[in-house]
Design a protein around this ligand. Structure first.
Ligand SMILES: [Zn+2]
Length: 134
């Protein structure tokens, strides 16, 4: 078979052209995606973990807020922290799909707010993945 993009001959059953990287099964050209994928996985995993933790904290504090020891506004702190958690997951999805680098960047920065070490790792990976985005 021949590559429809560059015209070079490719082995039968090859998924991608060896000379130009175009998909031979009607797919997209191969692109390096390792950094954005790693950043996306960290964003979603760490963001998801902090969301679950914060949800438990919110529920716990709302229950405790009924008693005299805990003022009701304390329950709002983990509730507000849910926002960067959601942003991290949304940014992670963008990073996995390599759609919007700015959204992936915002997600990684938001992750630093909820969980600093994975957040910094995701931010570094997102910056390194700049070229992988559309
Ligand atoms: Zn080709």
């Amino acid at each position: 078979m021949f590559c429809s993009k560059c015209g070079k001959e490719a082995p039968e059953n090859a998924a991608f052209c060896a000379s130009c990287g175009a998909g031979l099964m009607g797919g997209q050209p191969v692109r390096k995606t390792k950094w954005s994928t790693a950043a996306g996985i960290i964003d979603i995993a760490a963001g998801g973990f902090s969301l679950v933790t914060l949800l438990f904290m919110t529920v716990f504090l709302f229950i405790m807020a009924g008693s005299d020891e805990v003022p009701p506004f304390l329950a709002l702190i983990p509730l507000v922290m849910l926002i960067p958690g959601v942003l991290a997951i949304v940014g992670g999805i963008f990073a996995l799909r390599r759609r919007s680098w700015v959204m992936a960047l915002i997600g990684s920065i938001a992750l630093i707010v909820t969980s600093s070490i994975p957040g910094v790792a995701a931010l570094v990976l997102t910056v390194m993945a700049r070229d992988e985005f559309e």
